[in-house]
Design a binder for this molecule. Sequence first.
Ligand code: FE2
Length: 480
Amino acid sequence: MILGINDCSHDAAVSLVDNDKILFAGHSERYSRIKNDWYINDDIINDATSYGSPVNIAYYENRISKRFRKFIHGGLNGDYKKLYKKNIKSLKKIKEYQSDHHLSHACAGYYTSKFREATVVVVDAIGEFETATIWHATGSSLHKKYSLIYPVSFGLFYSAYTELLGLIPGTEEYILMGMAGFGNPKKYFSYINDSFPSFDHQVQNFHTGVNNFPFIIKSEQDKFDIAAAVQKVFENRLMEFMSFARNLTGCKNLVYMGGCALNCSANTRLIKHWDDIWIMPSPGDAGSSLGAALLYNQKHVLWDGPYLGHNIPGEYPVEKIISEITNKSIVAVASGRAEFGPRALGNRSILADPRDPNIKNIVNTVKNREKFRPFAPVVTEESASEWFEIDKPSPYMQYAVKCKRPEQIPSVVHVDGTSRVQTVNENQNPGLYHTIKEWEYRTGIPVLLNTSLNIKNEPLLNSQIDIIRWKKRNPHVKIV
Ligand SMILES: [Fe+2]
């Protein structure tokens, strides 16, 4: 039994793997209530080890290389003095193995996939030195075919512009992606494209942000236009890199991992170029806690879904949800095991009536987040293609596709006419599935609005204690 660990990094996480079964995977922040917590704490270790006793620890990256890179180039990093082994008594005596950062990403993707041959592409800001890698995976082995090395970096490019727009780099890239839908890329495209003219070459070193940006940002629309140009350049370079990867391995099954794989607008452009795609729902560094553990075993695991975190016991409250949405259009749900990854997929969600055009403002007010941010729909798998331009299940909100009936569900359609769809079937999440079936029976609409159960800049709710806090803070949105 292996305990995979990611800490001293921007999204500390723990995973527990036994042979071909994932017993636990969760984020540190949900226990400490510190958003993007960099460190492991006793509570998450206790929760993970309640599912079994690990005999080894697998750490998600090579600390010596990372320190060396920091020494030469600098960069954000956690304080290794706070390492979990120094703080958590129960782990001190367990032997630890270290992996390479990108190899952990690659293993988290490949060994949770259904593929026995795949092109594995990892794209993030930076690991030890690598910023993007391509692997050819066959059987239980992964062979590295290409490395992109710092300072060229897709992730640092995107994060630098995130910071330029006044957002938090390394955390709020998803807001830039949402802003892009409101902008026109034309005005800034040439300048931004020239700074990142090919996938293996950048004119600027984006590690230190966007330096000497030659335009004055005067308005919100300027920000939207910059975001649109950044998104377009990112997508174009990514498409070139993916084409290069496909030619390198000759295999058209794609496993895509790294923080950049959270960019659902870019992911959508990949669909038609590959026979099949797997993005593990926690593709960023937190997911690499799982990857490090899977590397230790070097074999595929049974993937039962992302509901791998803290458990709130009890039946999924189908009737209560329907009753609340019928009466008030909105309800908060905290039930079962928490999702591993940034998306709430029904167990720590706010669900709402997608037909109500005002519900967006209500939910945004509850969550205290920006008005322009879109909300996602969850739809039954069998009805998905009637409502969206989609021909395969999309269970983890990883693609943004055209909505076919935006006038009927206006609150879950982005300004560009797309929706970041989650499909659900009975096996995947029976409670959520039956909730939507009941909703469809009553309204004729097999769709609900689904957004994460949290307040802006706070982690998703995790435990029963968080439910009590929610009730005090948000008495007008019932939690069931
Ligand atoms: Fe990474």
